[in-house]
Ligand binder design. Structure first.
Ligand code: GLU
Length: 380
């Protein structure tokens, strides 16, 4: 069975131990095979975002840092040197398939703060729209202990939910979750499908880590919680052999974590439930009708802006009678919104300058009230 067949947008996380050998050298042949798999997925119509570890492991070799445990300063220096080599390796490997790569280095504030979040999301969606493959890693050389993920398992789960991937694939040196650590317990049984991450499942994850990666099974199950709660499936599969993604499409062993709810539900809950509204946009009858048919909100339809909000804040959209018809994450701040309200899109571009978005609220960032309807759209 092709485990990847149901998915249109994948986030694939590659662990350090797969990309870099114990001597700190890039496993170039393996990367070539993986890149061929990625190119085949893309040719089949799937969008792929890569979260790649390996900067510290490569940088260690480049800087001849041989200590078993690096100090924080040393690992940040290693990440700095290694990230260049890592990006270059990806650009070359995917470049052989005429695929352009874009590098994005992330810190937790980017995935957790809405303004950055929306920007990163838009950049990634734009790269994907242009046929490029984003290569993402943590910005290890500047992130301090308090503000870093520290492991790319959870980072990749946040990236996957941020870009609304259907599935997160964690490639590592194990082929899935077992009832007990298989290296220690000969009776450990492989679990093909996890429907819900219960405390019992968490207990099975134990704490084992491989020689290079920070994340053991514990951070993988943590990643599973982040992904499945947001409506993204997760697969843990073994990546050590050549062509690991092809293997997954040909029935290779793995563990599938099923999403706990649909992405539309998750997003709706998030927008409706957890965010305080910091302002309102009142819209005319035409705009109200357009919103109800799934359109984005353009400045021309807005008659009044109240409150003081920043780009990415939650706002309420009201009709002419003052009835809330939608709740949304707004694309402009309140000053900009006041400047452009009632204006046609060409005038908006002139007022805000080219390169600014003329859409006030994108349909993907909006939930209609009343009908409680939300259609799923590709971010863009
Ligand atoms: N960001 C780290 C690196 O590139 C890897 C973290 C991890 O292995 O999970 O070296």
């Amino acid at each position: 069975m092709n485990a990847l067949a149901p998915y249109k947008r994948l986030t694939i996380k590659i662990g350090s131990a797969l990309l870099v050998d114990k001597q700190g050298k890039l496993r170039a042949d393996w990367l070539a095979g993986l890149s061929a798999d990625i190119a085949a997925l893309q040719a089949g119509g799937c969008e792929v975002v890569i979260v790649s570890s390996g900067a510290i492991a490569l940088g260690r070799g480049l800087l001849s840092l041989s200590a078993v445990a690096l100090t924080l300063e040393q690992s940040q220096a290693a990440a700095s040197a290694g990230q260049i080599a890592l990006s270059q390796a990806w650009a070359e490997a995917l470049g052989r398939h005429q695929i352009v790569t874009g590098q994005i280095l992330i810190t937790p504030n980017i995935t957790e703060e809405r303004r950055y979040y929306l920007n990163a999301r838009t950049t990634i969606a734009t790269l994907l729209g242009l046929g490029a493959i984003p290569i993402i890693n943590e910005n290890d050389s500047v992130a301090t202990a308090e503000i870093r993920y520290g492991d790319n398992d959870r980072l990749s789960a946040r990236v996957a939910t941020m870009i609304e991937a259907d599935c997160l694939v964690l490639l590592s040196d194990v082929d899935g979750l077992y009832t007990a650590p298989p290296a220690k317990d000969p009776n450990a049984e492989h679990l093909p499908v996890i429907r819900q991450i219960t405390p019992a499942i968490e207990a099975m994850a134990g704490g084992a880590a491989s020689h290079l990666s920070r994340g053991g099974m514990t951070t993988k199950v943590e990643a599973g919680k982040i992904a499945t709660q947001a409506g993204t499936a997760m697969i843990i599969a073994k990546g050590t052999e050549d062509h690991p993604l092809k293997a997954l499409t040909e029935g290779g062993r793995h563990t599938l974590f099923l999403p706990a709810q649909s992405r539309a539900q998750a997003r709706k809950r998030w927008i409706m439930g957890t965010l305080a509204v910091s302002g309102t946009l009142q819209v005319d009858a035409g705009a109200a009708r357009a919103l109800l048919t799934g359109k984005s909100l353009l400045p021309i339809g807005v008659t009044k802006v109240t409150g003081d909000f920043g780009r990415g804040d939650a706002i309420a959209i009201r009709n002419q009678d003052g009835v809330e018809i939608a709740r949304a994450l707004v694309g402009l701040d309140s000053d900009e919104a006041r400047l452009v309200m009632g204006k046609r899109s060409d005038a908006v571009v002139e007022l805000l300058g080219a390169g600014n978005r003329a859409v006030l609220v994108h349909r993907d960032n909006m939930v209609l009230v009343g009908t409680q309807e939300e259609t799923e759209h590709e971010p863009g």
